[in-house]
Design a protein around this ligand. Structure first.
Ligand SMILES: [Zn+2]
Length: 169
């Protein structure tokens, strides 16, 4: 997805990561999501454990930070016929998902739901950062920046509502 390439210019920290993006059929309530296979590394002394050394009873299980990610965008958004408009919405979703990657939320997400709830990933600061990156991207593209987050939220909500009602601009 070329639109992703453009968005990645405001996510330099993720330069070395492999990130794919595609449309996918998903629940109407969802706009997109990101996934990755989280691997665990188990480090312990097998010999010591089998021989009954007490120190060996502590087995360290560590998470290996993933390098590959897949972002999926709700395929319903393809109903937005005006491509330059669809691009704005899709790139806004991509920013949301890339920010989860940057914040390493996936490691928490994959573990268990309770921990994820504790981390509270969708906080106000998160949304504010999406807005900042989105405006930064617009600046790079030479499109006028949006003054207030609430204006952007309202505009996106309105477009998404029209998608649901099949009155697509
Ligand atoms: Zn999210």
């Amino acid at each position: 997805m070329n639109w992703l390439k453009e968005v990645r210019s405001v996510f330099r920290v993720l330069n070395k990561k492999t990130i794919l993006a595609d449309y996918k059929k998903m629940s109407r309530k969802k706009l997109g999501f990101v996934r990755s296979r989280i691997k665990h590394k188990i480090d312990f002394d097998a010999v010591a454990l089998l021989l009954g050394k007490s120190k060996a009873q502590k087995i360290q299980k560590t998470i290996v930070k993933p390098n590959e990610f897949e972002i999926f965008i709700n395929q319903d958004l393809q109903k937005i016929k005006k491509e330059i408009l669809r691009k704005e919405i899709v790139q806004h979703i991509l920013i949301h998902e890339l920010l989860h990657i940057e914040n390493e939320d996936l490691i928490t997400i994959s573990k268990n739901y309770n921990k994820r709830k504790k981390k509270k990933i969708h906080i106000n600061k998160f949304d504010e950062e999406i807005f900042n990156r989105y405006n930064k991207l617009r600046k790079l593209k030479g499109i006028m920046q949006i003054q207030k987050r609430e204006y952007l939220d309202m505009a996106i909500k309105k477009i998404l509502k029209s998608v649901k009602q099949e009155k697509i601009p």
